[in-house]
Design a protein around this ligand. Sequence first.
Ligand code: ADP
Length: 376
Amino acid sequence: MESSKHLNSPTHELFRQVVEAAPNAMVMADRDGRIVLVNAQAEKMFGYLRDDLVGHSVDMLVPERFRSAHPQYRRMFYGNLSSRPMGTGRDLFALRKDGSEVLVEIGLNPVTTSEEVFVLAAIVDITERKRAEQELIRRTEELARSNHDLEQFAYVASHDLQEPLRAVAGPLQLLQRRYHGQLDARADEFIAHAVDGATRMQKLIEDLLAYSRVGRSGATQELASCTTALDQALKSLSVVLQESHAQINRDALPVVMGIPTQLALLFQNLIGNAIKFRRLDQPVRIDIGARRERDEWIVSVKDNGIGIEPQYFERIFMIFQRLHSRAEYPGTGIGLALCKRIVEQHGGRIWVESGPDGGSTFFFTLNAKLDGSART
Ligand code: ADP
């Protein structure tokens, strides 16, 4: 190993060995930028032999276009000696013997002997890391774009499908009403099937539209009373509430930053499910509560219905995922996905618990800070 005249003592020999053993390329230069020491990794990275480097200016490792600025940077380093990364905030390139460039990260460390201060540069090739970073950014952007496209598609498709579907469902219903019993029994059966299919499709499209509207409403958050949202939900559900003789118990609910129509829709879906998935052997009872934990409210909707097995706790929040056939319980499998979307739009989480004694409790969180500052 070559060395300068300053690096000949046993201590320096030890130092050289340490540098040699380093996993990074290391290049040490003196105040004038003359290379005094390099290790094997540096030879490998730059494609030079040690003798081609030692005694020459470090500028040979700096691409031509950056060379003129280099002495100035060196002076700055010597003016304020400390260990630090080189060129924070800008991409650094190093020049190989073959003229190719390599993207690097460089740590600069002052090394002081009795006679002189050197600068030891530890150099890491970050080409691969940069490429992976760039790839991640590209993929994230692509994903966001395709998500957006998909949402746009779901919205336009469900919106535009409503019109022709109405043109099918309307006359079919008329046909059923006016001509029932006037054709033969098979005809009545066929018409009933067609009406049923069209009605189901209408419900599906309505739900899908509601789902895609949540992400694109553009509504800004305002002070929203959960009590009012719950009142509205109960009003929308008044017919089923009466039919099922459901008993509703409710705590005082908080005022939060939110979108009132979406909060009402959230309660409506959870309470609607609590009634739909009721047990037939006992009266329906639904408890709606709220408790504060640090910066968030935890709102709960508890029922005494058929319950949910733990292995389905995650799946039920996915769109179109249902645990029952339509013959058992009607539905489109969109309700809880919609709830999840609404809660996440509000920066919260939603989950379910269901014990062996039956019933399910749905929990969701809402930001308790009224300036909306804890939103994600
Ligand atoms: P849908 O009600 O249209 O089936 P949801 O997304 O609202 O769709 O619910 C998904 C599934 O989660 C339901 O099919 C049902 O199996 C289960 N589920 C939801 N709410 C309850 C509840 N309160 N009690 C028992 N099961 C429920």
